[in-house]
Design a protein around this ligand. Structure first.
Ligand code: OGA
Ligand code: NI
Length: 350
């Protein structure tokens, strides 16, 4: 564990008073972001218009989804059905949360990753060897009534706005799960049925300006533990996706979300769809806010490749069947690493 040199645990409470980052945040030379390289890379992730998802063009949209999920593991969506006002209120109140005094934010501080509402920093302060330039609020949001009482009381509109946003994004996720099922040639409700009673978490990632962004990460390269993730970001760039041995910067487009395939979907699709490495870099000028919705199986679900996608001869099962909770415990124990957490669940490992 890397102890912060400053007595303030959250980056936002010391970042503006330092001209060099504390050594606990400095990456070895072999593991630094090389910021200018990603900027010049030409490739980007596909943008899919969901307007016609339920119209006559559905087959074409299925084709786009299948292509994006199998080659990029990432796509952007527009006309996604989450109202612009809901999105803007969410971004505004999240920013307000992080602009509150330290005492208000620290009320929720915990290093215990099993807590269902908490503020923390880096990724997992109990296991991270090098710290990350990120503070976050993380909370569970489905079913809402099970968790809303523990969400932050301040700003006063936080609960109402977050509940509205989480409900609207969940409806979008359910449509995406149907579309992804269909794009794999499965029954529309296949994936939803495999996720048990479902779980939804949100993170509010706050990346303060950083005096030495070339030495550290907001979040180092990782794959998401989800079935799928729906990311909302403000207009400051920072997300990079790994494609063809290169880090590619994803620039924010207003009124879009970024969707990515997580590890559970990689398993269910028997690796037709890819959970892809991504990371967040920081900058000297501007704070950055991103709000991922993480959509998961419930802890009692058992995950395995869909039978329909297994063929003993040409496509044997790449993964064995495992209780989701086993994966989940491993994910939090080992800190964020580029090696996939899924390797332990491959069919060839006994
Ligand atoms: C994450 C993540 C990317 C970003 O929280 O898992 O990948 O741009 N965030 O903040
Ligand atoms: Ni991620």
């Amino acid at each position: 564990m890397a102890a912060p040199l400053t007595s303030k645990p959250l980056v936002s409470d010391f970042s503006s008073s330092v001209s060099h980052i504390p050594s606990t945040y400095v990456r070895p030379i072999s593991d630094r972001p090389k910021l200018s390289q990603a900027e010049t890379s030409g490739d980007t992730i596909p943008l899919i218009d969901l307007r016609d998802l339920h119209g006559p063009n559905r087959a074409e949209i299925m084709r786009q989804i299948a292509h994006a999920c199998s080659t990029h593991g990432f796509f952007q969506i527009k006309n996604h059905g989450v109202p612009e006002t809901t999105v803007n209120k969410m971004l505004a109140v999240a920013r307000e949360f992080f602009h509150q005094p330290e005492s208000e934010r620290m009320k929720h501080y915990s290093a215990d990753s099993t807590k269902t509402t908490r503020v923390s920093t880096s990724f997992n302060v109990s296991t991270d060897k090098i710290l990350n330039w990120r503070d976050y609020l993380r909370l569970h949001c489905f079913p809402i009534q099970d968790f809303i009482n523990e969400w932050p009381e301040n700003p006063v509109s936080f609960k109402e706005i977050t509940a509205e946003y989480a409900t609207s994004v969940r409806a979008l996720v359910l449509r995406l799960l149907e579309a992804i099922s269909e794009s794999l040639g499965l029954e529309r409700d296949h994936i939803s049925n495999r996720l048990g009673t479902h779980a939804q978490h949100m993170a509010f990632n706050y990346y303060p300006p950083c005096p030495e962004p070339e030495l550290t990460y907001g979040l180092p390269g990782h794959k998401d533990p989800t079935a799928i993730t729906v990311l909302l970001q403000d207009q400051v760039s920072g997300l990079q996706v790994f494609k063809d041995d290169e880090w590619v910067a994803v620039y924010p487009i207003p009124n879009t979300f970024i969707v990515n395939i997580g590890d559970q979907m990689q398993v269910i699709s028997n690796e037709r769809y890819k959970s892809v490495l991504h990371r967040a870099v920081v900058n000297t000028e501007k704070e950055r806010l991103s709000i991922p919705t993480f959509y998961f199986p419930s802890t009692d679900a058992v995950i395995s490749p869909a039978q329909e996608l297994i063929d003993g001869q040409t496509s044997p099962a790449v993964y064995k069947s495992f209780p989701f909770v086993e994966y989940w415990d491993k994910f939090w124990d080992r800190s964020l690493a580029t090696a996939s957490c899924l390797d332990a669940f491959r069919a060839s490992t006994t």
